[in-house]
Ligand binder design. Structure first.
Ligand code: HGY
Ligand code: MN
Ligand code: MN
Length: 426
C-alpha cells in the first residue's frame, strides 16, 4: 500500500506565466520559438530561469558545463533527489519541449514549500545546458558532461565552416576545459525524474493523461561527405559527370529505406548542402548529417553498416569519393524499474490515467540514467506534433503532469530504504 498523498496545490497560472515568459525570449528572424543553445538568446533565458530558482527559495550555481542547479535543502538525510529538463530549442521549435520539465520542477518546489511539506532529501532542480543537437551533430551537451561522457573528440567536431565545437561554446561563455571537467559527483543521489511532453501521438490516441517511460531510444548519428567534380550544367554529358549532389541524394533515400526495414526504427537526414550552390554547375561537394534511432542497439549497428555501404555504392556509380563519419553510438537506455513503479503508484493514487511507453525522442534522462536511477513522466502532445511551431499541450494536461511530478518527488523521498532500483545500470 502506498502512503496517503499529502495535500499539495499546483498553480497552473504560474506555470503558464513562465511558459509565456520563455516563449517571449526567442531569436528574431527565425521561425517558431527558436532559442538554440549556441545562439544569442539562450543565455538570457537561462539567467531568467536562475532568477526564478532563487525566487523559489533555491540556492543556485552553474557548473563548468553551463548546467544550472537550484538546491532546496532537505531535513538532513544527506541524500539528494534531482529533477529537471532543458530550455533550449531546435530551430523552428515550440514552447513546450524541455521547458515544461524545468518550469514544472520549479512549480513542484513552490507547491512543496507552500504546503510546508519538507523533504528529507535535498531536492536539486536542473536546467541542463544544450540538450538539442547542434550543427556539430552533438546533443545533450550538459548532461553528457555531467556523466563524464563528453570527450576532447567531441570538442574537436567541426561544422561546415571548419569551426570547432570548442570555438562555438566559447562564444556563449562555456569554457571547453571546464566542460570536460564538469563530471558531477552523484554520490548520495537516489533518483532523477524528468517531466516532458510526449512529442508523439501515443497518449492522445490512447486517451491517457500521463506516460510512464520504460526506455529511451538509442541513436546513431553520422556526417556524410561526397566529393566529385564541378562542371558546366549544359555541356557536361550525363554519363561523364561526377555529381556529388546525386550521390548524396541517393544516400538520403537509403536512410529512409533502411529505417523503413527495422522494427520501431527511424531514420532522418538534415543539414544537406551542395557546393557550389548554383543551378548551372554540377555539384562538386555535398554534405549532410543524418541519424538512425530505435530500441535495439544491434539494429542500430546493422543500420550503420548498411548506410555506409549504400553511400559507397552511390559514390562508386558516379566516381564520387565518399566519407561517412559516425559519432559514438548512444545505446538505448532503460529507465529504472524501481523509479517507474513509484511514479506509476503515484499516478494511480492521483486517479490519473496512464500508459507505459517507449520514448523515440532523446532526453537528458537517457544520460542521467547512466549514473543514477531515473524515470520520466510524459504529458500528451496535440496531434503528436513537436519540433515545430504547432507543438502544443493543453494547460490542464501540463498541470496534471506537474502534480504527478510533485507527488512523485514526495513518494521517492519517503521510500525507505529506496526501492529495488532494477533497470538502473550499476
Ligand atoms: O532530438 C530529440 O529527440 C530531442 O527532442 N532532443
Ligand atoms: Mn527536442
Ligand atoms: Mn526535449
Amino acid at each position: 500500500m502506498s502512503p496517503a498523498l499529502p495535500s499539495l496545490t499546483v498553480e497552473a497560472d504560474r506555470v503558464h506565466g513562465e511558459l509565456e515568459a520563455l516563449a517571449a525570449l526567442v531569436e528574431p528572424d527565425l521561425p517558431g520559438w527558436t532559442r538554440t543553445a549556441l545562439g544569442p538568446v539562450d543565455r538570457q533565458a537561462r539567467e531568467l530561469v536562475r532568477r526564478w530558482m532563487r525566487d523559489a527559495g533555491l540556492e543556485t550555481h552553474v557548473d563548468g558545463a553551463g548546467n544550472i542547479f537550484g538546491r532546496l535543502r532537505g531535513t538532513g538525510s544527506g541524500r539528494t533527489l534531482m529533477v529537471g529538463s532543458h530550455t533550449d530549442t531546435v530551430v523552428g521549435g515550440g514552447r513546450f519541449d524541455g521547458i515544461v520539465g524545468v518550469v514544472g520542477a520549479l512549480e513542484a518546489v513552490r507547491a512543496l514549500r507552500e504546503a510546508d511539506v519538507r523533504l528529507e532529501h535535498d531536492l536539486v532542480v536542473v536546467d541542463f545546458f544544450h540538450e538539442e543537437p547542434n550543427e556539430f551533430g552533438l546533443s545533450c551537451v550538459g548532461s553528457r558532461a555531467m556523466v563524464g561522457e563528453l570527450t576532447q573528440a567531441h570538442l574537436e567536431l567541426r561544422d561546415e565552416q571548419g569551426r570547432t565545437l570548442a570555438d562555438a561554446l566559447a562564444t556563449v561563455d562555456v569554457d571547453p576545459s571546464a566542460l570536460l571537467a564538469a563530471r558531477h559527483d552523484f554520490t548520495g543521489v537516489d533518483a532523477f525524474v524528468e517531466l516532458h511532453i510526449e512529442q508523439g501521438p501515443y497518449l492522445e490516441e490512447h486517451g491517457s493523461q500521463i506516460g510512464l517511460v520504460e526506455s529511451i531510444t538509442g541513436i546513431s548519428r553520422f556526417r556524410a561527405l561526397f566529393s566529385g567534380q564541378a562542371d558546366h550544367a549544359g555541356t557536361a554529358p550525363m554519363d561523364r559527370r561526377r555529381d556529388a549532389g546525386c550521390a548524396a541524394a541517393g544516400t538520403v533515400l537509403a536512410v529512409e529505406r533502411i529505417a523503413g526495414e527495422g522494427m520501431q526504427s527511424r531514420g532522418t537526414s538534415g543539414q544537406l548542402t551542395f557546393t557550389p550552390a548554383a543551378v548551372n554547375v554540377v555539384t562538386e561537394r555535398a554534405e549532410f548529417r543524418g541519424e538512425f534511432r530505435g530500441p535495439e542497439a544491434e539494429w542500430l549497428r546493422s543500420a550503420q553498416d548498411a548506410l555506409t555501404s549504400a553511400a559507397q555504392d552511390e559514390g562508386a556509380r558516379r566516381d564520387v569519393d565518399v566519407e561517412v563519419e559516425w559519432l559514438p553510438l548512444q545505446e538505448p537506455m532503460p529507465m529504472s524499474g524501481g523509479v517507474v513503479s513509484v511514479l506509476g503508484d503515484v499516478v494511480d493514487g492521483l486517479g490519473l490515467s496512464s500508459t507505459r511507453l517507449f520514448s523515440g525522442a532523446e532526453h537528458d534522462a537517457a544520460l542521467m540514467a547512466r549514473a543514477v536511477p531515473t524515470g520520466m513522466l510524459f504529458v500528451p502532445s496535440r496531434d503528436g506534433r513537436s519540433h515545430c511551431p504547432e507543438e502544443w499541450t493543453d494547460l490542464p494536461d501540463v498541470a496534471a503532469g506537474v502534480t504527478a511530478l510533485t507527488h512523485s518527488l514526495v513518494a521517492l523521498d519517503r521510500r525507505d530504504p529506496p526501492p529495488d532500483w532494477d533497470g538502473a545500470p550499476g
